[in-house]
Design a protein around this ligand. Structure first.
Ligand code: BG6
Length: 489
């Protein structure tokens, strides 16, 4: 048959995400020989720009991960020569038809596959989907569209967006990205669970006391206040990134590794969860803080944020899964900006050993003696298990020690960026790591009632200083369920 070609159009090419993540990821794929032989990349945005100007903008962000010294320059140049720019409005079918003509020049005589990456605000998603689908007449190739959150702000707006997109695209053509699913240690979760006898049998309420999903960043919303204020941390991080990790963590064993089988299990576990109650959420907002002579701005110091904004930049939540595996086990989430460190981790705290022979050694604080499995998603990827161990010597003194799989020590080479894996999957038609519409609905159902209550009651966030560990309310929430946050003890 005829050879095929793929054109990748980055809509919103002048935006931050495109520059920082999408073009560099495409280059990394090219550099590693993962892109198809015939490919062309188009940047599409409203600003007027030449191909050379686009190349200039992106070239500074491209890095060669392996053999840094060798053919890096040549490869970069080759890649840039395959990047082009087309300026157009997001709602203009005519502008997209012009793009279509240009794409066709690269497609002649080949099966034409097209991937559109919508790196644009969601209010133009549907327009672009309409324009992109009418322009692409690639009868014998595929057309796929990658969209990135926010997918609405609640159940209703999300359903509306889905309905809008489905006027022009089938579910199979829509690739909803949650870039946390492309992270190495998140992908590894299934391997860890399902291929290790020492973990899989323990993965239930019988042995697990609580699970903690922790996201923290040591910077604020500087420069993104305008976007952020309309969403807040619950919609920005919890409803998607942390909930996706939770679903992978807690789902039942899928029938196979096939994308549909995995997503079926994820939906099932999400649908087994109880909608979040207002009393199970604590919110916070960072305020300015002076440290070492430097003033770190508060959230509302940002000019694009209203002075009286109640938008949370921090939240802690307790969620429960109402099924036989997880009944009664608290799943605690914590997400915040402008905290003391940048870290994402999953912490699994196991139960006490019944009748522990050594309990006297731990005094009254048996909790400190339980095993804890930590999966550090970033930075400095690691999986470690806290165990009790005898300190060598004639006495009998015990110690908490780690069985530690530290990625930097065990594996050479850099870990690929999440966008590389996800873009490659989209090109290959692998949908496993993308969010299906029923998953999205289930995710919104869990958060929407609570979000509405929070907003209608105008619940004030607890203020915390920039660079701190966040509001103390998070500890009270955890304590209500006999949980101690693993990252602070
Ligand atoms: C994005 C959020 O989805 O994820 C940002 O909108 C957040 O607020 C970012 O900073 C974090 O991603 P990463 O990969 O840098 O941890």
């Amino acid at each position: 048959g005829a050879e095929s070609t793929v054109t990748i159009t980055v809509v919103g090419a002048s935006g931050d995400l495109a520059k920082k993540k999408i073009f560099p990821a495409l280059f990394a794929l090219y550099y590693e020989g993962c892109l198809p032989k015939h490919f062309t990349i188009y940047g599409y945005a409203r600003s007027k720009m030449t191909d050379a100007e686009l190349r200039n903008i992106i070239s500074g962000k491209l890095t060669c991960r392996i053999d840094k010294s060798e053919n890096c320059g040549d490869k970069t140049e080759e890649f840039l020569q395959r990047c082009f720019y087309h300026s157009g409005q997001y709602k203009s079918e005519d502008d997209f038809r012009e793009l279509d003509k240009k794409l066709k020049e690269h497609e002649t005589g080949r099966v034409a596959n097209r991937l559109f990456y919508l790196s644009i605000p969601p209010n133009v998603f549907v327009d672009v989907a309409r324009c992109a689908s009418c322009s692409s007449s690639s009868a014998n190739g595929w057309t796929r569209v990658i969209v990135e959150k926010p997918f609405g702000r609640d159940s209703e707006s999300s359903a509306e967006l889905t309905k809008g997109l489905k006027q022009y695209l089938s579910e199979e053509q829509i690739y909803r990205i949650d870039h946390y699913l492309g992270k190495e240690l998140v992908e590894n979760l299934s391997v860890l669970r399902f291929s290790n006898l020492v973990f899989e049998p323990l993965w239930s309420r019988q042995y697990i006391r609580n699970v903690q999903l922790i996201f923290s960043e040591d910077f604020g919303t500087e420069g993104r206040g305008g976007y952020f204020d309309n969403y807040g941390i619950i919609r920005d991080i919890m409803q998607n990134h942390l909930l996706q990790i939770l679903a992978l963590f807690a789902m039942e064993t899928p029938v196979s590794l096939d994308g549909e089988d995995i997503r079926n299990e994820k939906v099932k576990v999400l649908r087994s969860m109880m909608p979040l109650q207002l009393e199970n959420i604590v919110i916070g907002q960072y305020k300015s803080h002076v440290k070492g002579g430097v003033t770190y701005p508060g959230y509302t110091d940002d000019k694009t944020v209203p002075k009286n904004s109640l938008t949370p930049t921090f939240a802690a939540a307790a969620l429960f899964i109402d099924n036989s595996r997880w009944d009664g086990v608290p799943f605690l989430m914590k997400a915040g900006k402008a905290l003391h460190n940048r870290r994402t981790e999953i912490r699994v705290q196991f139960r006490h050993v019944p009748g522990n022979l050594y309990k006297k050694k731990f005094g009254t604080d048996l909790d400190r003696a339980t095993n804890e499995l930590v999966i550090r998603v970033q930075p400095d990827e690691a999986i470690y298990l806290k165990i009790n161990n005898k300190i060598p010597g004639l006495g009998m003194r015990l110690d908490r020690s780690n069985l530690n799989l530290h990625y930097a020590a065990r594996y050479s080479g850099e870990i690929p960026d999440a966008y590389e894996r996800l873009l490659l999957d989209a090109i290959e038609g692998e949908r496993r790591l993308f969010i299906r519409s029923d998953e999205l609905d289930a995710a919104w159902s869990l958060f929407t009632p609570m979000l509405k209550e929070l907003e209608s009651k105008k619940v004030a966030p607890e203020l915390y200083p920039y660079g701190s560990r966040g509001p103390v309310g998070a500890h009270y929430l955890a304590a209500k369920y006999n949980v101690r946050w693993g990252d602070t003890s």
